[in-house]
Design a protein around this ligand. Structure first.
Ligand SMILES: [Zn+2]
Length: 80
């Protein structure tokens, strides 16, 4: 990915639906399908983000090395 160049990324939900987000060099933003008014934002570098939606309490993980984000089931959220 080139600096300053935005691409579309796929956000894959547990129910199989997908949402399209926008990404630049290492980070991405997307709107949660629950209707939460602010975009969610995370990064792939240096470590892939795990992102929580304040609106519906979904969790999302960035898939390392791929321009893709997946919804986590809560049991997969590792405590830190
Ligand atoms: Zn949400």
């Amino acid at each position: 990915m080139a600096d300053g160049h935005f691409i579309s990324v796929e956000v894959v939900l547990k129910d199989g639906r997908t949402v399209t987000g926008r990404a630049n060099d290492g980070s991405a933003a997307w709107l949660c399908p629950c209707g939460y008014p602010s975009p969610l934002l995370g990064t792939w570098f240096p470590d892939p983000s795990v992102v929580h939606c304040p609106g519906c309490h979904r969790w999302y993980k960035f898939v390392k090395g791929r321009d893709r984000i997946e919804e986590l089931i809560p049991a997969e959220v590792s405590p830190r």
